[in-house]
Design a protein around this ligand. Structure first.
Ligand code: BG6
Length: 543
């Protein structure tokens, strides 16, 4: 296989970045050996499911096209459809790539080479009998490898209810032995999709089980938000520039808004969503991760453990929600019928598999406080909802207003907007900073008044780099192959996040909302959420 080619980066981007390939610029000195993965086989459990065709295969194909897969890389798909074989599974994946938005152009040559390395074996991964077939197939696939090259990772793209039996069988079958030394070859890794647990107790039990069978460095807990380019950029923006860090604290920041808005409803996932709701689905993982990256201290190095240590410290500094504080600091709601992108859509309770008197929130807003030296007194407003008017995820850091304004002029003192730094996670990935400028004109000479207006300074990834960011799964799969764990959540991190969320889930379960607040599909959420921020900090942004 040829060596990976750095993506062309425009002249103005700067020499150091220009030398780096598209992936992993944040890991600095590790780049050379990380640029191409080692020889390995990916085994997918749940290979006939949605995730495999919508996310995993498009990501694998892109990696193949960019020559980032290791020599001899292979995929063994395991699924319960016994009618499938290698050929029909390959055909199905090719069709899926054709429909994927993430694959811009399906290159015949690349596909032909890649498909030869895709295999299928039928079997129920919760049944011990299936593992003999899996082993046999792996032996065939790896027949030309020396033992040290038989690196494997097992991707659990399956419902959480079967995580437990599958990890037990991976261990008892000998497919994933416990390996203490991260440098040992061959390696064996397990990738677990979210949700990791349903509560603190279940997450803990699952961690205990997994860590009784495998070492922590063998377990990759996916939070796909961490794979998004702009989420990684939060750290680069904060710690590779010196201008932000001195301002990044309670003295200069008035509040932080974190938004993950979606236009989609629950689609065909009513059954899962009824059990999960927005807090388990988005807050416990994605949103708390964004908060942690925004609020954390600089790590001692850009290594997995150093970064994760700092994130855990933030999660542990967040003030616990209690029955006394929950009503004033949280809002829950469900979408009612409405219009999204000019299309009439039904309300949550009319979606398939959703109960007519469901108490599951599809929207939540929470005011968190990070009780540490840096952030004491700075509210972090976090919100997420389905069926909102726009698909947008962003982190907005609002700075304090200037202490004294001496400009007269139209609207003086009223229209001035404090500076806001917005990190756009998606879409139109980038960063913008707004600040006030003088509106041109000579009026000041005559009237002694200066007209001031806000303007934006904007950086957009697509404009600067001429391409959109790599999809999250591409980054994350490559990281599993090269053994880079920074973008995966560690057991203590998962538990710290559950510890924060559990009291809220518990309170809402014991205190059903009556009536449940609703918001029209296509609106920015319930009016109760506006109240949460209005008194202290004006209102939510409309991104
Ligand atoms: C998933 C949630 O983890 O993230 C979904 O289960 C949600 O409900 C999705 O739609 C959002 O991710 P993205 O990458 O589409 O913003």
């Amino acid at each position: 296989m040829t060596a990976p080619q750095p993506n062309p980066v425009p002249e103005h981007i700067g020499a150091r970045m220009r030398m780096a390939p598209r992936h992993h610029t944040m890991y600095g000195e590790k780049l050379p050996h990380m640029a191409q993965a080692e020889h390995c086989t990916m085994v997918i459990f749940g290979a006939t499911g949605d995730l495999t065709k919508r996310k995993l295969f498009p990501a694998l194909y892109q990696l193949a096209e960019e020559h980032l897969l290791g020599p001899g890389f292979a995929v063994l798909a395991v699924g319960r459809e016994s009618s499938l074989d290698d050929a029909s599974f390959r055909e199905r994946m090719r069709a899926a790539l054709g429909e994927s938005d993430e694959v811009k152009r399906l290159d015949d040559e690349v596909w032909k080479a890649f498909e030869k390395r895709i295999f299928f074996v039928g079997g129920d991964a919760t049944d011990a009998a299936a593992y003999e077939g899996i082993k046999r197939k792996l032996d065939e696939i790896e027949s030309e490898c020396v033992p040290a090259e038989r690196n494997r990772f097992f991707y659990l793209a399956v419902p959480p209810s079967v995580f437990e039996p599958i990890v037990r069988l991976l261990s008892s079958s000998g497919l994933v032995p416990r390996i203490e030394d991260p440098e040992h070859r061959p390696w064996a890794r397990v990738v677990v999709e979210k949700p990791f647990g349903h509560s603190l107790a279940t997450a803990r039990a699952l961690n205990q089980l997994v860590l009784s069978l495998f070492a922590e460095h063998q377990v990759y807990r996916i939070d796909h938000f961490l794979g998004k380019e702009t989420v990684q950029n939060v750290l680069v923006l904060r710690f590779a520039n010196s201008i932000f860090e001195p301002l990044w604290n309670r003295r200069w920041v008035s509040h932080v808004e974190i938004t993950a808005a979606e236009t989609v409803g629950v689609e065909a996932r009513g059954k899962y969503y009824e059990e999960a709701g927005v807090v388990r689905d988005m807050f416990q993982n994605h949103l708390l991760q964004l908060l942690a990256l925004t609020a954390m201290e600089p790590p001692s190095a850009m290594t997995a453990d150093a970064v994760r240590d700092e994130k855990v410290k933030v999660l542990r500094s967040i003030r616990w929600l209690t029955p006394e504080t929950i009503p004033a600091n949280t809002v829950r709601a469900q979408y009612g019928a409405g219009k999204v992108k000019d299309k009439d859509v039904s309300g949550y309770r009319d979606e398939p598999d959703v109960s007519k008197d469901s108490q599951t929130p599809t929207y939540a807003a929470v005011r968190f406080h990070v009780d540490n030296w840096r952030w004491k007194g700075v509210p972090f407003y976090v919100r997420s909802g389905k069926r909102l008017p726009k698909r947008v995820s962003e982190i907005a850091v609002h700075f304090q207003a200037p202490p004294h304004l001496m400009f007269g002029g139209p609207g003086a003192g009223h229209n001035l907007e404090p500076n806001v730094l917005v990190m756009r996670v998606q879409p139109n990935e980038g960063v913008s900073l707004n600040f006030e400028v003088k509106v041109p004109g000579a009026a000041v000479a005559l009237t002694q008044e200066v007209e001031v207006a806000p303007v934006d300074m904007d950086f957009a990834y697509a404009e600067a780099f001429g391409e959109t960011a790599a999809p999250a799964y591409e980054t994350l799969l490559l990281d599993v192959m090269i053994g880079e764990m920074t973008l995966f959540t560690r057991s203590d991190e998962v538990e710290a996040a559950w510890r924060l969320i559990d009291p809220l889930l518990d309170y809402w379960e014991k205190h059903p909302a009556s009536p449940m607040p609703t918001y029209a599909a296509g609106s920015w959420g319930p009016c109760e959420a506006d109240e949460l921020i209005k008194r202290e900090n004006g209102g939510w942004r409309e991104p």
